[in-house]
Design a protein around this ligand. Structure first.
Ligand code: PLP
Length: 410
């Protein structure tokens, strides 16, 4: 920090402002978390400058002994953490991991069955604005109107009708666990590959708080920065049968040189997640999300699917007479950073939306528990319902964040 302040006071000041923003507000974006000082130190290390195209033991640059050691550490820890036979830690991000998974398993024009974006799926699962929807023939499945949970009968019917080459399970905005065994059965019935994208809940998988897709899916993609609490980045776990294809898809098909500092930080994060304390963290994240969701429900904000099994609270704000956009704005004014989300069968366009998506990964890292979740839920409900309450809500938010600082000094 001192070197940055001396070398570039302008950027140093901006980054100081960001630390202040993070510390001074409640960070409730479901895809974010606070990495440890050890992860941040690895990210800022000199190995970031090393070119190491290829894989350990088979690089296209000289001087890769240490890069090999670091990448092997990340891979071995990843295998242990996820009970996996093959791990690729090079993807630059979750979206790039998905691009590589498509490249490994499919050819352009192949058919993909994936969850609709408007029902909680991800851009990279077939949106027309993304490579996945542009280069592949995508069929979307959704959630049932009554339960708002995945309609496995519909998934099977669509699979039998369209005979997809790839089925994707996993979502960006779905608060329930997914039945990977059912997806495996459907994929086997139609001879499709199964890709599980667990970008959001991989930390909960690592900590044993939700079921793992690893025994079921041919390929599992994820991000390392959400519930897993590592650096920004992606990774892929797969079966030995597709390991060669996956590795060649990541490099050289999709990427060039790996970000070795990020891989070092992934090794650190995997090491942290292997410690017993991380199981406690993952359990607390889910317990907190359940309390947050339950209290939001008591406050009149209806939880989509009726509850949560993960780190995510997804609520419909229509009964409060507002929209997702207006609710997000009111919460931001009160110092609560969360985001609007579409709810299933949402009448509003995505930029307005009828829902709010909150996550408990950050606040749990800050050491908050049940009493704080109840308070946060009531503060969100007040901010959403009553513009006149913003100032008093903001004061209580400031007390909460001061009592549980993010990135505590020292
Ligand atoms: N897949 C899912 C399900 C996600 O939720 C996300 C990010 O939010 C991604 C992929 C993409 O990850 P990234 O932002 O690292 O590219």
């Amino acid at each position: 920090a001192e070197a940055l302040a001396r070398g570039d006071p302008e950027v140093a000041e901006a980054l100081g402002q960001e630390l202040g923003r993070v510390r001074g507000r409640l960070q409730l974006i479901a895809s974010e978390n606070f990495a440890s000082p050890a992860v941040l130190a690895a990210l800022g290390s000199v190995i970031g400058g090393k070119y190491a195209e290829g894989y350990p033991g088979a690089r296209f640059h000289a001087g890769c002994e240490v890069a090999d050691r670091v990448e092997r550490l990340a891979v071995e820890r990843g295998k242990e953490l996820f009970g996996a036979e093959h791990v690729n830690v090079q993807p630059y991000s979750g979206a790039v991991a998905n691009l590589a998974a498509f490249a490994a398993l499919l050819r352009p024009g192949d058919t993909v069955l994936a969850m609709e974006l408007s029902h909680g799926g991800h851009l990279t699962h077939g949106s027309r604005s993304n490579f996945s929807g542009r280069w592949f023939d995508v069929v979307g499945y959704g959630v049932r109107r009554d339960t708002e949970t995945i309609d496995y009968d519909e998934v099977r019917d669509l699979a039998l009708r369209h005979r997809p080459d790839l089925i994707i399970c996993g979502a960006a905005s779905y608060p329930r666990t997914i039945d990977y065994a059912v997806f495996r059965g459907i994929a086997d019935e139609v001879g499709a590959w199964l890709l599980a994208d667990v970008a959001h809940e991989i930390g909960l998988v690592a900590g044993g708080a939700v079921p793992s897709p690893v025994p079921y899916a041919d390929v599992v993609t994820f991000t390392t920065h959400k519930s897993l609490r590592g650096p920004r980045g992606g990774a892929i776990v797969c079966t030995p049968e597709v390991a060669g294809r996956v590795d060649r898809a990541v490099y050289p098909f999709v990427q060039g040189g790996p970000l070795m500092n990020v891989i070092a930080a992934k090794a650190v994060a995997f090491g942290e997640a292997l410690r017993p304390e991380f199981r406690g963290y993952a359990a607390d994240v889910v317990a907190n999300a359940k309390v947050l969701t339950g209290t939001l429900a008591e406050e009149g904000l209806r939880p989509v699917t009726g509850g949560t099994d993960t780190h995510m609270a997804l609520v419909d704000v229509r009964d409060a007479g507002t929209t997702g956009l207006a609710a997000e704005t009111a919460c931001a004014q009160a110092g609560m950073v969360l985001n609007r989300a579409t709810v299933p069968y949402d009448p509003e366009p995505p930029r307005v939306a009828s829902g709010l998506r909150l996550g408990t990964s950050c606040v749990t890292t800050q050491g908050m528990g049940v009493p704080e979740m109840k308070e946060i839920a009531s503060l969100v409900a007040r901010a959403v319902r009553d513009p006149g309450a913003i100032t008093s809500v903001a004061e209580r938010v400031a007390r909460l964040t001061a009592g549980h600082p993010a990135y505590p000094p020292g």
